[in-house]
Write a protein that binds this ligand. Sequence first.
Ligand SMILES: [Zn+2]
Length: 710
Amino acid sequence: MLADAQTASLRTAQTVVRLQAGPSAPQLLSLQAPGKDLWINNAAEDLITSAEVDGHPVPLQWKLLANAGHADAKRVSYIYETQNPHLRLTWEWNARAAIGPIEHRIRIENLDPHELWLPIQDSFRYSWSVPAKHPLRQIYIDKGAGKPTPVGTHQVEVSSDYTWEGKSSTYAPDRGPREIIPWFMVERDGTQGDGWYVGLEFSARTHLTLERARGLLQGSVGLNSKPGPFRTRLQPGDTFETPPVFVGAFTGGRDALGNVLRPWIRQVLNYSGTWKKPDYPMLVNNSWGSGMAVDEALAKRMIDDSADLGMEMFGLDAGWFRGVGDWYPDPKKFPNGLAPIADAAHRRGLKFGIWVDWAQAGTNSEPGALNVNDPKVRDWLVADTPPAWKPDEFVGRSTDIGLPAAKAHAQHELERMVTSYKLDMLEHDGYLVTRNCSRDDHPHAPPPAGSVTTVNGSGVAMPDTSNSTDVSYHAVHSYYEIYSHLRKEHPDLVFEICNDGGRMVDFGSASHGDYFSITDSYDPLSNRRAFYDASQVLPAAMLEDYVEKWPALRLENFRYMLRSGMMGWLTVMQDTNAWTPEQHAAAKEEFALYKEKLRPFIRDADLYHISLRPDGVHWDAIEYHDPRRGKALVYAFRGSDPEEKRHRFVLYGLDPHLQYRLHFQDGSSPDRAESGRDLGSKGLNVTLTYPNSSELIFIDEANEPQSLVK
Ligand SMILES: [Zn+2]
């Protein structure tokens, strides 16, 4: 057997994988951080063993096509085939950057002249040998969804009988076990903080598992097989592709991992056209502070004030349209349409964007409206509506964009809106990409007999059935295709990913949009918690906090409110015209500071989580450190405890041999110099007079020789 095995390896600065093409299945042999102990994998990839042809299961015998594979420094692929039915499987690994993880995917192509059905093919299976007594720790991150959970960033000891499953879908519910950002890491306990991690670049119903037993640490990653049995249709000539995964090794613990993974995402997954914009991430003023009551007069007032404040985009949230699915300006609120609003924004130097839940239908019957009572549209809905069904103000019934006709309609509507409303930004929202569908004539697998076919609401409350994962697989592909197409037509358009907050925060969305609404709760604590969690694995520039009206008695509280949403992408969701003159002046200063000094850190710097996760009572902070510029920045927040006037934060990344100048933005302490050694061991001392206040501390390498700096 070993005689005809082919092996190859791929490497980045942090990750080395060794791969083998066995005669009947490929295998990841090992994963390693250079110079560290190997993670030795005992399991060959679990290739599907049967397919369904004409309603009958047919066993599959995969055979390596020894000379069909490919191996170079960046990509390795091995090809396997079965003859009856004729399927070709490509097992591929890609080192897409010089740093970070290595990407893996499996494609199965139907070369047979017959339609057939495939069972679930996992994206990745692993079974590492680990000594039973070796301490291990798993870290995983909840989605911010509607509101950040109490824990959010989970660190769990992997005991000898540990069993864990994490799930993600296109719309994380708030009830039941919280969905995760589809990723986890396992750290070997020890001084090196080394280990491995895996993430999924796909937004459909997926899961990741981890089990420890009998000297093995094992699990699988890919589409969620439950509730089963999963099956997906494969027409002649079509290809099924597993959700791509990325697998990496790391040393130095969680933040060191993040400081590699975030740049990798920026380099490999994100759209470079957006990063090229010098004003990314942008300062946005969003109309949702006034809810559905927005109209032309308010929009224009907000635009004027946004420009005065130095903001960069005006976002028209829900409330501008005639009705759900009827994405034309409400003539009572916007008698002149949206183009004059866009023009007003552009004249004041602002970008212009809108909210639209473009996959949902309502009951309006104007031409162009997506109407649930239109017989054509009825078949696009994920389920029938009861006779008296009505949409809510901004929530309708989801269509299944996995259906080509529904997808084509959405694409056409988006093109119309982007062009005629002169959009610079498109925010989607709500239950947009379905994870369930009751139709039996769509491209996805039909639902089991007896499933619910009529539901109320958007469709999000439909129970999961055996076809749910396949439904989401198709809908997600359509979603990605729609956005890729829009990108091509409008390379400057910026995409906000919002699904009632942070319900679709994953690495597949990160490949197709530009920034995420990370939670649907907008108070300072929720904003900091959601940022603390999501920034473990995603670039800070992508992480949008909405800042809502919050009782700020003092200017210190007002700045605390703003800064709690200013560590990444800031969207203000208040009518800023209601701010006092003092608040106005303070905000204007903060926004100028954001553009000049904060944004360069948010875009490019390393990020360290230098406190426990925020609890609103005690102190918390994050540190940015940019080794290229020799500069660091600490956002420090004092919680509500009236007794805790000061706190020390140990800093990371600083050179112990250098002196640093410290500048306290609000003057809470006089500027001073300290050594990198002290800042990295004793810590940075911050003192604030008022509860619920904040400080920004700029830390620059001193140019003078050490002896001259006190
Ligand atoms: Zn469907």
